[in-house]
Design a protein around this ligand. Structure first.
Ligand code: ACO
Length: 402
């Protein structure tokens, strides 16, 4: 018999909290969420105000440094990020080592981890300046890496970053330009892209951020930590939900099949869930989803959905699920991934790019939390315990006697 008190009690109170639904693993001054009220604040500023009036790089500054920048600080920050957007030319060879049809997330996990080898100077986490350089490098290079992963996966030449474009327009240009034709993004689409980045910038101690913190607690370098975050984000219950959502919409196929899928989502004997609905923390409309819905409406109006059955299914599914008492009772609302998937589909991104775009947006959140954690003098290595359920001690039996 295992004496739980003796094993675990000596360290104080021992809690068993699978999924960490009610355990805080750290203190943080970056992001506040009130899931019941549907509130999300970055450094105190409501996300809807930031999405309407600010832009991604300004929000990056806010998350990293705690205050909105002055005009001069913003200009310096934007120039610094822009100057770091190129990746080392040798890294092109690293991309070429992947199979041609590799998922862009697989490529990103590898390439971002490999930055530790290409930017070795920034792996010194004890040097405050190198921590800064690592954050500029990651924020600046992630769009380049995501766009290159995409171009590689479709067999097109890499497109170099352009310093005359803003962060979002530059990303669209790197994804959609080909040597024969430059892609000049419509300002509405560039703005919608920037909003997707802004709305995904940080979200407190979600699974991938917690992964980054856990990796970093051992003293691992920033590129290794962010690669761990990317790997965690990939799962369909987290960042992979936007891809899973679009795949579900395609499977539904036509508006008349929606009731069948809603019925499946409500059936306890069917593991099927409506992807893009529900959230661990928000039991009210996710404030990010509200803004994203507006953006989706603007983009769909610009591009039209008449010829896109997937988008028609999305609009009708949203309506039918919101009218359904099951979803209301369980407080299941469309989440940010539902609408971001719709916008990205309308812009022409394949579903495989949805999660890489989430990863590049969330990089600033991961980095801000990583910096905050490293500046905590009480930093300890993360080391969760367990409730052991295996056999008690027993004697080894030689193979001949088994
Ligand atoms: N469709 C149908 N029913 C659902 C859904 C859904 N999408 N989500 C939750 N439920 C039901 C569950 O069956 C459960 O019912 P029960 O109480 O009768 O057993 C109840 O709602 C609570 O669900 P849990 O899984 O316990 O909630 P949890 O907080 O653990 O899960 C999660 C949250 C993972 C997001 C879940 O809602 C889900 O799987 N959604 C679909 C995937 C998705 O969209 N993920 C994106 C999350 S947002 C992000 O990462 C940015």
């Amino acid at each position: 018999v295992i004496d739980i008190q003796k094993l675990y009690g000596s360290a104080g109170v021992f809690t068993y909290d699978p999924g960490f639904t009610s355990t805080a693993a750290c203190e943080s001054a970056i992001t506040f969420i009130d899931g019941a009220e549907g509130v999300l604040l970055h450094r105190g500023y409501p996300i809807d105000q930031l999405a309407a009036e600010s832009h991604y790089l300004e929000v990056c500054y806010l998350l990293l440094y705690g205050e909105l920048p002055s005009a001069e600080q913003l200009e310096t920050f934007e120039t610094t990020v822009t100057r770091h957007t190129m990746i080392h030319e040798q890294m092109h060879n690293f991309f070429r080592g992947f199979r041609r049809d590799a998922h862009p997330m697989a490529t990103m996990v590898g390439v971002v981890g490999a930055m530790s080898a290409f930017y070795h100077d920034s792996t010194d986490i004890n040097d405050p300046w190198q921590r800064e350089v690592a954050s500029f490098r990651l924020i600046a290079k992630m769009p380049t890496i995501a766009a290159m992963a995409y171009k590689y996966s479709i067999g097109q030449p890499f497109v170099y970053p352009r310093n005359d474009l803003d962060y979002a327009a530059n990303f669209l240009n790197m994804c959609f330009s080909v040597p024969a034709e430059q892609y000049n993004p419509d300002p509405i689409l560039a703005r919608a892209m920037d909003r997707i980045f802004t709305l995904h910038a940080d979200h407190e101690q979600n699974a991938s951020t917690s992964t980054v913190r856990l990796a970093s607690s051992s003293g691992a370098n920033p590129f290794a930590c962010i690669a761990a975050g990317i790997a965690c984000l990939w799962g369909p219950a987290h960042g992979g939900a936007n891809q899973a959502c679009l795949e579900m919409l395609r499977e539904i196929g036509t508006v008349d099949r929606i009731p069948e899928f809603i019925a499946r989502a409500k059936d306890k004997n069917d593991p099927f869930r409506l992807m893009g609905f529900g959230h661990r923390v928000y039991k009210n409309f996710d404030p990010r989803a509200k803004v994203m819905k507006q953006s989706a409406d603007e983009v769909l109006e610009l591009l039209g959905i008449e010829n896109n059955p997937t988008l028609q299914v999305a609009k009708e599914l949203e309506k039918q699920a919101l009218d359904d008492p099951y979803f209301a009772e369980k407080k299941l609302f469309p989440n940010v991934d539902f609408y971001s998937g719709i916008i990205l589909e309308a812009m022409g991104f394949p579903t495989s790019m949805f999660t890489p775009i989430f990863a590049l947006s969330r990089t600033v959140g991961w980095i801000s939390q990583w910096k905050e954690q490293l500046s905590d003098p009480a930093l300890k290595i993360g080391r969760p315990r367990q409730l052991y359920t295996g056999p008690t001690q027993r004697d080894y039996v030689p193979v001949a006697k088994r």
